[in-house]
Design a protein around this ligand. Structure first.
Ligand SMILES: NC(=O)c1ccc[n+]([C@@H]2O[C@H](COP(=O)([O-])OP(=O)(O)OC[C@H]3O[C@@H](n4cnc5c(N)ncnc54)[C@H](OP(=O)(O)O)[C@@H]3O)[C@@H](O)[C@H]2O)c1
Length: 332
């Protein structure tokens, strides 16, 4: 174990009850977290916000999460300043990216303790902001696409017609790039202002979700989809099933609503069209894979906006708006 200049206290942003949005966030000066044997202490350089962070504040995971007062945000990148006695993989001074647990989070702070098991090295050449964008959104995109048999070297179910909704979202911007690495033909939905961006990420066809065709998810070329990766909570099974190919076809829903959840149960044993809900699971191996793709220049983070730590409240508002294009980043 080594000490790398741990201060006694740090600034953090926390809230103390459900609801209240950005106005409920308060800056506090609190002790720097203590370290378990299998954890590292990270001086946070950048953190990224996700809809999940806002949903936790709204109380969507009550009564289990969170325990108040709560420091939100799970996705961070920074430099290790202290390592626990059982940590083998890292040393003081290493640059890393971590996906913190939802129930503890703690990323909106100058320092955070992260288990070695949720931390991967950040190679030189990847910025803290780009790395911080990856964990939750990147893992969700990766696991959603893997659920339809995508192999990211182009084998597997490659060559399928895939629709990706909300392609301009944090999850969606990674999903389009990963689907192309899997050699799929991608149709993507987004707002009009993001059509060019989503095309530049590799989408073969783009649809403005506010147009009649976009609302109906009709492919500009008239084709049906082998798979739909749904990333918007407005997606409806009744629309999806009309657009799936007759060969079967499957919806992987990472943003499920009640109707789609019911559809997932009703189609559970269907041999033909079906909808499956996918919930991201934490995976160090998967995170390492995404970081490696980024190092190789095959995957990038689309940054919506960067906010200094002092303006974390603005970042929260931006994320909560549901209109970010890519990732909202807070820089410490
Ligand atoms: N299953 C899981 O484990 C898991 C994990 C992470 C996230 N999620 C879910 O994935 C979704 C995306 O999360 P995120 O953090 O990436 O979201 P986000 O970045 O906040 O998404 C905002 C973007 O989505 C676009 N959008 C909104 N509604 C749309 C629609 N109906 N059609 C097309 N585009 C639309 C917006 O475009 P405009 O500004 O043009 O409206 C905006 O660019 C959320 O529902 C989240 O809960 C699930």
């Amino acid at each position: 174990m080594a000490a790398g200049g741990r201060p006694a206290t740090m600034r953090a942003v926390q809230y103390s009850s459900y609801g209240g949005g950005a106005a409920a966030l308060k800056f506090v000066e609190i002790p720097v977290p203590s370290l378990k044997k299998d954890a590292v202490l990270i001086k946070v350089e950048a953190a990224s916000l996700n809809q999940a962070d806002c949903n936790i504040q709204k109380g969507l995971m009550r009564p289990f999460i969170p325990k108040f007062p709560f420091i939100p945000v799970t996705d961070v990148s920074g430099e290790i300043i202290e390592v626990g006695s059982e940590v083998r993989e890292f040393k003081v001074g290493d640059k890393v990216v971590s996906k913190l647990n939802f129930w503890k989070a703690g990323g909106l702070a100058e320092y955070v303790a992260a288990s070695e098991s949720v931390t991967v090295a950040r190679p030189a050449g990847i910025s803290a902001a780009d790395a911080a964008g990856l964990p939750l959104a990147g893992l969700t995109a990766l696991q959603g696409l893997r659920a339809i048999g995508t192999k990211f070297d182009g084998s597997g179910s490659g060559g399928a017609d895939v629709l990706i909704t909300a392609a301009s979202s944090g999850v969606g911007t990674y999903a389009v790039q990963l689907a192309k690495l899997g050699s799929h033909r991608v149709t993507a939905t987004c707002g009009e202002r993001n059509l060019d961006l989503v095309r530049s990420l590799g989408a073969d066809e783009v649809l403005d979700y506010n147009s009649p065709e976009g609302a109906a998810l009709t492919s500009p070329s008239g084709k049906k989809y082998d798979y739909i990766v749904n990333i918007t909570d407005r997606g409806r099974w009744s629309v999806f099933k009309q657009r799936l190919s007759g060969r079967g076809g499957r919806v992987v829903d990472v943003s499920s609503n009640l109707g789609n959840f019911v559809a997932s149960v009703l189609t559970l044993f269907s041999w033909r069209k079906k909808l499956s809900v996918v919930i991201m699971t934490l995976g160090k191996k998967d995170m390492g894979f995404l970081v490696e793709l980024m190092r190789e220049g095959k995957l990038k983070t689309v940054v919506d906006s960067r906010h200094p730590f002092e303006k974390a409240v603005e970042a929260w508002e931006r994320s909560m708006s549901g209109h970010a294009t890519g990732k909202v980043i807070v820089e410490m």
